[in-house]
Design a binder for this molecule. Structure first.
Ligand SMILES: *[C@@H]1O[C@H](CO)[C@@H](O)[C@H](O)[C@H]1NC(C)=O
Ligand SMILES: *[C@@H]1O[C@H](CO)[C@@H](O)[C@H](O)[C@H]1NC(C)=O
Ligand SMILES: *[C@@H]1O[C@H](CO)[C@@H](O)[C@H](O)[C@H]1NC(C)=O
Ligand SMILES: *[C@@H]1O[C@H](CO)[C@@H](O)[C@H](O)[C@H]1NC(C)=O
Ligand SMILES: *[C@@H]1O[C@H](CO)[C@@H](O)[C@H](O)[C@H]1NC(C)=O
Ligand SMILES: *[C@@H]1O[C@H](CO)[C@@H](O)[C@H](O)[C@H]1NC(C)=O
Ligand SMILES: *[C@@H]1O[C@H](CO)[C@@H](O)[C@H](O)[C@H]1NC(C)=O
Ligand SMILES: *[C@@H]1O[C@H](CO)[C@@H](O)[C@H](O)[C@H]1NC(C)=O
Ligand SMILES: *[C@@H]1O[C@H](CO)[C@@H](O)[C@H](O)[C@H]1NC(C)=O
Ligand SMILES: *[C@@H]1O[C@H](CO)[C@@H](O)[C@H](O)[C@H]1NC(C)=O
Ligand SMILES: CC(=O)N[C@H]1CO[C@H](CO)[C@@H](O)[C@@H]1O
Length: 810
């Protein structure tokens, strides 16, 4: 519409308004009336109200529908989402061809209902369901609408609203989150039904599938189990998935009609959330949400991987399949034996599953299972088949063409899926094949470790031997290397072989004659420890063996020279990756989470499982080394012990540690404990999440340090803004949130407020209740330390991430 005609239209409308006094508060709008800014329509029982509003701190005006009878402003629908009105001249009226039109003085027509055909006697009504409808006056109160707002959902589903497709008109009803609380413009988080041959409901993050709600598809399944997804859905809701010739949609109802409920897409959490109104507290209570755990993340285990969040790790290859890559379960699984296609393959039945993604599927609703099986065998790209409808014994046929992705093991019930196998495979006994994606990357702590650490937390006395990696064989002897061997291996400690330098000395890479790669730590000479003490100590530490600790192979003593020989870690250390712009891209969220979990396990072993009970005292990103498949290994554990003090708990006059990672009580008062390690761990986690160093962190908007920055975002309710932007793609928000929460608890000022590592492990698995963090502790600033104690010595001021030793610190 050009400016001129909208101008005339405006005059026309203004005269209409003058002609007919609109009485505020009615639910009806006739063609001779209009709603102007400041006035509203109210549904019959006063539940919903339609009018103009400005969201959050924005001054833009929008036409919307909200709850009238509650004190918390809750908008459920917006007409002009991406087309704000920037003054208060907004006007909603019915134009002469029956369209509902929204316009303003400065913006002209910003929105209209765009009826397909002209309406003769249109009236507009706001219903108690929250639906704004246009209908023909002559139709009376019938349910036939010329237009309804329920057909154009924004971010909210109200009871009775359909999300899906009208197959006759091709009209799609999709949800999209608000960009922010100030801006109802559609964000990149959307949800709707994908019209594959076998339709399915998806939530997307941009163009990427975020989660999938297969369970909604099966009305029969829903009757037999309380849950549309794999969890028990609150019994106060009822969900339906309808799929027939004319329509395919999801719909929900509240069983108790007097309970107010809504479901929204939340752009902050990337969750679909169900809220119910609590009269007593006058708040919206979060009743249910999706995704709920790692297995809800779309395609988490890759092709032919099965996700079960009660297992650790959650991913397992389906029977008959093996992991494609030992590193990375997201690459999925491949067949043990290829299918033959010509000579008659067979099928193995899997039960209790959430069926795989149906992007490439084929359906015939009148076929039975036998015909379905034959249909599948006819096509070499058919990998599986199942019933489309499992009501009354099951009927209908769906076949999957191509790889099977996003399969979840459900707890109570699920669907049967028949997967095509080579005939030699179908003969194998079921129990005999349980192929786990390799154990060394038993990455996710989820249930298993949680239980383990729970056990440990509960029964302190029985520490020894609870961890299966904790072999502490008595007979093991420490290997002593000859200095000549080491010198040869490291090219006479040449600079080319130098890997790095730390507070305790320099590290060299070396090759033994038998080809074994080693890392040699040449200790600086300032140790005051006697030779025999040193040997005893090293022997003790060599017995600490855990998959998340760097393995000490032996030592080498030659006069004043003391050296420690370790296994070599090909992928260097964590800081090498996370703080580097390019290399950080190699570490997506699953790997980072894997690293966090591994560090926790290593720490748990040091703190609780090993017989020595070691406080690391210098946990930091450069002390977390990575092996060839990116398993994290803590290094320099026990060094604090050999090299520094003789206590493991208490006070020390000799502070070893690294600026930025030291707990306040340790930095200032030399008090170290299990909890000071926990502090360093908290900082480490924040660094892994943000990709930024705590030390030297600077945020242009405010002067906060990294912990302060994390805390601020947490308080403002947008903790996810903390993550490295490229990680957004690969991350599971609930996992990230858990990690941020844990990190904040770990960096509390008061050591008593920090959790022990065993609780951290529980929390990481989502098992433990979380307490709310307080403002985090003071992180040590070099300046402050120097003013307080004059005797600081920076042993190697070469880089800014170096260990320091404070001699006689107090
Ligand atoms: C309001 O919007 C109109 C059209 O988009 C624009 O010309 C005008 O400058 C805006 N006014 C203000 C105050 O932003
Ligand atoms: C009424 O509004 C619709 C939608 O904007 C428009 O297509 C139609 O031309 C308008 N009718 C008149 C008479 O302006
Ligand atoms: C499809 O299902 C809806 C809801 O149950 C029903 O109203 C409609 O008549 C059905 N259409 C056909 C063609 O069965
Ligand atoms: C329905 O909800 C209302 C308001 O919360 C409550 O007073 C009433 O007892 C509920 N009815 C049933 C049958 O649960
Ligand atoms: C989205 O989730 C955040 C964090 O839980 C919450 O503060 C916010 O209110 C939610 N947004 C909506 C629209 O409910
Ligand atoms: C679906 O299966 C039925 C029963 O086998 C068959 O009669 C019908 O032709 C099939 N329809 C299609 C489109 O293949
Ligand atoms: C198998 O199915 C795919 C997808 O429908 C189709 O493109 C292909 O032609 C079929 N192959 C055979 C042999 O039927
Ligand atoms: C450590 O020092 C603090 C104060 O300097 C004292 O309160 C505490 O008891 C000491 N702890 C040990 C184990 O010596
Ligand atoms: C870092 O931020 C925390 C939280 O705001 C604050 O308590 C602490 O004093 C800050 N440390 C420094 C060195 O600024
Ligand atoms: C360290 O110095 C600062 C500033 O001089 C002072 O406020 C603080 O109390 C001192 N801390 C200790 C532990 O002495
Ligand atoms: C991410 C990365 O650099 N991975 C490397 C880890 O080490 C193995 C073995 O040296 C390499 O193959 C990987 O590319």
């Amino acid at each position: 519409m050009d400016i001129l005609s909208s101008f005339f239209l405006l005059i026309h409308i203004t005269s209409l308004v003058l002609l007919s006094g609109f009485s505020d508060g009615t639910d009806l709008l006739s063609s001779t009336q209009s709603v102007s800014d400041g006035r509203s329509l109210v549904s019959k029982s006063g539940i919903f109200e339609l009018g103009f509003f400005s969201p959050g701190s924005s001054n833009n005006r929008y036409l919307g529908i909200w709850y009238k009878n509650i004190p918390v402003p809750t908008v459920v629908w917006v007409a002009n989402r991406g087309e704000p009105i920037n003054d208060s001249s907004g006007l909603l009226m019915i134009n002469s061809t029956g369209d509902l039109v929204l316009l303003s003085q400065s913006n002209g027509v910003v929105w209209s209902s765009n009826l397909k055909k002209e309406a003769r006697n249109p009236i507009v009504q706001l219903l108690d369901s929250g639906n704004l409808v246009i209908r023909d006056e002559r139709d009376g109160n019938s349910e036939t609408f010329l237009w309804q707002s329920f057909d154009y959902p924004t971010d909210t589903i109200l009871p009775g609203m359909k999300i899906g497709w009208d197959l006759k008109t091709g009209h799609e009803r999709q949800l999209s989150a608000w960009k922010s609380s100030d801006d109802p413009t559609p964000g990149d988080f959307t949800m709707g039904v994908a019209l594959y041959n076998f339709p399915d409901t998806f939530a997307w993050k941009g163009s990427k599938k975020h989660f999938r709600s297969d369970g909604l598809r099966y009305s029969g399944a829903r009757e037999s189990r309380s849950s549309p997804f794999q969890y028990s859905f609150p019994s106060m809701f009822e969900l339906n998935f309808v799929w027939n010739e004319t329509e395919v949609y999801n719909i929900f109802y509240v069983k108790n009609k007097s309970v107010m409920a809504r479901s929204i897409l939340n752009q902050t959490t990337y969750q679909s959330e169900f809220y119910i109104w609590n009269e007593e507290t006058s708040t919206w209570m979060l009743n249910w949400y999706m995704p709920r755990d790692i297995c809800d993340t779309y395609g988490y285990c890759g092709a032919y991987g099965k996700c079960d969040n009660t297992e650790s790790p959650p991913c397992e290859c389906l029977r008959g399949f093996k992991p494609k890559s030992p590193l990375y379960w997201a690459q999925g699984c491949e067949r043990n034996k290829p299918i033959d296609c010509q000579n008659g393959d067979g099928f193995i039945k899997f039960d209790g599953l959430k069926l795989p993604d149906t992007t490439r599927s084929w359906v015939n609703k009148s076929m039975n299972l036998k015909e379905c099986r034959d249909k599948c065998l006819q096509n070499c790209s058919c990998m599986a088949f199942a019933n489309t409808d499992i009501r009354g014994g099951g009927s209908g046929c769906a076949i999957w063409l191509g790889d099977l992705i996003d399969i979840t093991q459900l707890k109570s019930s699920g669907q049967d899926l028949y997967i095509r196998m080579s005939s030699s495979e179908t003969g194998t006994k079921y129990e005999s094949i349980k192929v786990k994606i390799t154990v060394p990357i038993a990455i996710f702590i989820v249930a298993g470790l949680s239980l383990l650490s729970y056990y440990i937390c509960r029964s302190h006395a029985k520490v020894k031997g609870t961890n299966n990696e904790g072999q502490e064989e008595e007979g093991m002897e420490l290997q002593t290397f000859d200095i000549a061997v080491i010198a040869k291996a490291t090219n006479d400690f040449s600079n080319d072989n130098k890997l790095g330098e730390g507070g305790f000395g320099s590290v060299y890479r070396g090759n033994l004659l038998d080809g074994q790669e080693i890392a040699v730590k040449r200790l600086s000479r300032s140790s005051r420890q006697g030779l025999n003490e040193f040997k005893t100590e090293v022997k003790l530490i060599a017995k600490l063996q855990h998959r998340n600790l760097v393995k000490l192979l032996g030592c080498c003593i030659c006069g004043e020279e003391k050296m420690l020989v370790y296994e070599y870690m090909p992928n260097k250390s964590l800081d090498f990756f996370i703080f580097d712009k390019t290399r950080s891209k190699l570490l997506d969220w699953p790997i980072r989470f894997h690293i966090i979990c591994g560090v926790v396990r290593g720490l748990l072993y040091l703190h609780q499982d090993s017989r020595l009970r070691i406080v690391h005292r210098d946990l930091k990103s450069s002390n977390v080394l990575l092996d060839s498949v990116m398993n994290p290994k803590i290094s320099d554990f026990g060094l604090a012990r050999t090299f520094g003090g003789d206590q493991t708990e208490g006070n020390t006059s000799r502070v070893v540690g690294t600026y930025g990672y030291m707990a306040p009580e340790y930095a200032f008062d030399g008090q170290f404990s299990l909890k000071s390690d926990v502090f360093s761990f908290g900082i480490l986690v924040l660094e892994i999440i943000t990709g930024k160093r705590n030390r030297g962190f600077y945020q242009p908007n405010h002067g906060y340090n990294l912990t302060g920055h994390a805390w601020t975002l947490w308080k403002e309710g947008r903790p996810l803004d903390l993550i490295d932007s490229f990680l957004q793609e690969s991350c599971a928000p609930s996992e990230v949130l858990r990690c941020i929460h844990i990190a904040l608890l770990c960096v509390q000022q008061n050591p008593d407020d920090r959790p022990y590592v065993c609780s951290v492990a529980l929390m990481l698995g989502g098992e433990n209740p979380f307490s709310q963090p307080k403002e985090p502790g003071f992180f040590m600033e070099k300046k402050t330390l120097e003013t307080n104690s004059s005797a600081i010595k920076l042993e190697s001021p070469a880089t800014n991430d170096i260990s320091i030793s404070v001699l006689e610190g107090r």
